[in-house]
Design a protein around this ligand. Structure first.
Ligand code: GH3
Ligand code: MG
Ligand code: MG
Ligand code: MG
Length: 292
């Protein structure tokens, strides 16, 4: 069951909030409210909302100012804003769209029309989320794809430089599995490996499939030793996967891991390259091992 959508109603008049909330009774959304622009901005910093109904005329910060601020902040810029206001002049309507509003409803409003407009925006949100999922996930394993891994990885590196280790993971002799059991079994093995790695991930770790049978990880660690302990545990977890459910008994699969600690002002590309070099060494030294 999908999570319930959350709508924030912002209006300096409590009666207006009540009327709008009642209008949305049948949409099945969770409603929050704020009685000033400042309160709205504070609530949105703490709690995620999916949609905002925003009054224009409010003391101090008016609705246009609130909307502008929301659009400036990457954390709130994506939340659609429907203006709900007594103003009906063309200039205000134009302004509402210019500051980033997605729809405009004038007060007094028709109950079912407001609910219908809200439902339109919620349908759009479903679509956007679906597209975002498709654009950022690997379709075979469901983990982050290469594009998303690099996007999130750069942010993570900027924030935790010096405490991050990069790991390149490659499945050993994977071609043999395909050759012996077929591509479909190979696919199932890749899914199994990805989900096993996911279950071992420490808090805040970033994991993605870079392509083929290669995966990458960024993990926060205290030191290189901790990184090696984790990598070895990961390797053992994968080696102990019972692939009998996938195909017959006796099917085993191991991974090799190259590690590199992100030091100085190294770029994400560079630290992954270095991890890749260590991965080659792990392969050279016999596979099913981690090298730093
Ligand atoms: P090594 O231990 O040196 O890494 O040997 P390997 O056989 O794993 O390496 P190689 O790079 O030669 O082969 C990788 C194989 O992975 C070849 C390719 O067909 C297979 N492969 C890549 N992507 C997929 C996929 O999505 N599904 C399946 N089933 N196989 C894939
Ligand atoms: Mg008002
Ligand atoms: Mg490979
Ligand atoms: Mg391989």
């Amino acid at each position: 069951m999908p999570e319930q959508r959350r709508i924030l109603i912002v209006d300096d008049d409590a009666r207006n909030i009540k009327v709008a909330a009642n209008a949305l009774n049948d949409t099945g959304v969770v409603i929050g409210f704020a009685k000033s622009g400042e309160e709205a901005l504070n609530r949105l910093r703490e709690t995620p909302f999916d949609l905002i109904l925003l009054d224009v005329m409010m003391p101090r910060l008016d609705g246009f100012q609130v909307c502008s601020r929301l659009k400036e902040d990457p954390r709130t810029a994506g939340i659609p804003v429907i203006f709900l206001t007594a103003r009906t002049d063309e200039e205000s309507i134009e302004r509402a769209y210019e500051v980033g509003g997605i729809d405009y409803v004038s007060k007094p409003f028709r109950t079912r029309e407001l609910a219908a407009r809200v439902r339109v925006q919620l349908r759009q949100l479903d679509l956007i989320e679906r597209l975002e999922f498709l654009a950022t996930r690997d379709s075979l394993t469901g983990v982050f794809n290469r594009r998303r891994f690099f996007e999130l990885g750069s942010v993570m590196l900027a924030e935790f430089r010096g405490e991050l280790v990069a790991m390149m993971i490659d499945v050993d002799h994977f071609k043999r599995i395909n050759d012996a059991y077929g591509h479909q079994v190979g696919d199932a093995v890749l899914r199994q490996i990805a989900s096993t790695i996911e279950t071992t991930l420490p808090q805040g770790a970033l994991f993605g499939r870079l392509g083929g049978e290669e995966f990458a990880l960024l993990v926060r660690v205290r030191d290189a030793e901790e990184a090696m302990v984790y990598a070895d545990r990961l390797r053992e977890c994968v080696a102990s996967i019972d692939l009998a459910q996938v195909e017959g008994s006796g099917l085993r699969c191991t991974i090799s891991i190259g590690l590199s600690v992100a030091e100085g002002d190294v770029s994400l590309d560079a630290v992954l390259n270095e991890a890749d070099r260590m991965l080659y060494r792990a392969k050279d030294e016999g596979r099913n091992r981690a090298v730093l």
